[in-house]
Design a protein around this ligand. Structure first.
Ligand code: ZN
Length: 267
């Protein structure tokens, strides 16, 4: 395919766009996947889902060559090392993990480049409006050594084990809990071994699905390497809705309740 011309999702300039894997190919994004848009899934709920198969992982044309090369060379390899450690943590559990269980694990990593690679991926998931709304993040990612974040930007992590992968651009959502109803703005990337939820209004994830906050990674100098214990919870992904980590049992219960909540429409 010829490289398309379009607005780079980071610098915003109209340029020839280059292809990049999201997440990076060597971060376990090389196996065939079936890409399904949310509206496709809803429209064809009882029929066939249209096939858009990617043979060697998920990727997109969203960044110009300069932004792609700079972010790739500054942050990419640090992120891959981080992901490989996380995959080892999950492998070592040998599948003996429960929904929402926190797995304390020791990581050795450079927090700032890891954080900036995650933010770079969020630029690729979103339309160019995301970079227009978040000028600080543009400067943050394009300046290798820049650190620190405004209060509205918070990043949360979990382990995710599929079976679905989920990538969502910035969207509003309403979170109900027992005390109050909260509006929240978020973007999400769930691609094993990690799930990342980026909050851009300073809010926190749904209390039903607590995650591990990694916003502080943005405060370190570029060359600082940490040995740290991270306590991420692990969740499966069964629904297409950002931030929803309902268990299979919970979904079955909900389906059963809904069956008796509405007048019968079968004929
Ligand atoms: Zn660019």
């Amino acid at each position: 395919m010829n490289a398309p011309i379009g607005r780079c999702r980071i610098c915003g300039k109209e340029r020839k766009l280059s292809f990049e894997h999201v997440p990076p190919k060597s971060a376990f994004n090389c196996d065939p996947i079936l890409k399904i848009k949310l509206e496709e899934l809803l429209r064809t709920q009882f029929g066939k889902i249209g096939k858009d198969e990617k043979k060697d992982g998920f990727g997109v044309y969203t960044l110009c060559e300069k932004c792609n090369n700079n972010t790739g060379s500054w942050y990419g390899s640090h992120y891959v090392k981080f992901v490989k450690q996380a995959m080892e943590v999950l492998d070592n559990t040998k599948g003996k993990i429960q929904w929402g269980q926190r797995i304390p694990a020791s990581f050795r990593f450079k927090p700032l480049p890891v954080f900036k690679q995650i933010i770079t991926m969020f630029f690729s998931l979103n339309d160019p409006g995301f970079r227009d709304r978040h000028d600080y993040l543009v400067k943050f990612v394009l300046a290798r050594n820049k650190r620190g974040l405004p209060d509205n930007i918070r990043l949360f992590a979990s382990y995710t084990v599929g079976p679905l992968y989920r990538l969502s651009g910035e969207q509003g959502c309403i979170i109900y809990d027992t005390r109050k109803r909260c509006f929240s703005i978020q973007s999400e990337l769930c691609y094993p071994p990690f799930g990342f939820l980026l909050k851009t209004d300073g809010s926190i994830p749904d209390p039903e699905y607590p995650m591990f906050e990694i916003t502080r990674f943005a405060d370190y100098d570029y060359n600082i390497e940490l040995s740290d214990i991270l306590r991420l919870p692990v969740y499966p992904v069964y629904t297409p809705y950002a931030g929803d980590f309902s268990s299979w049992e919970e979904l079955q219960k909900r389906a059963f309740r809904n069956l008796f909540s509405y007048p019968a429409t079968f004929c």
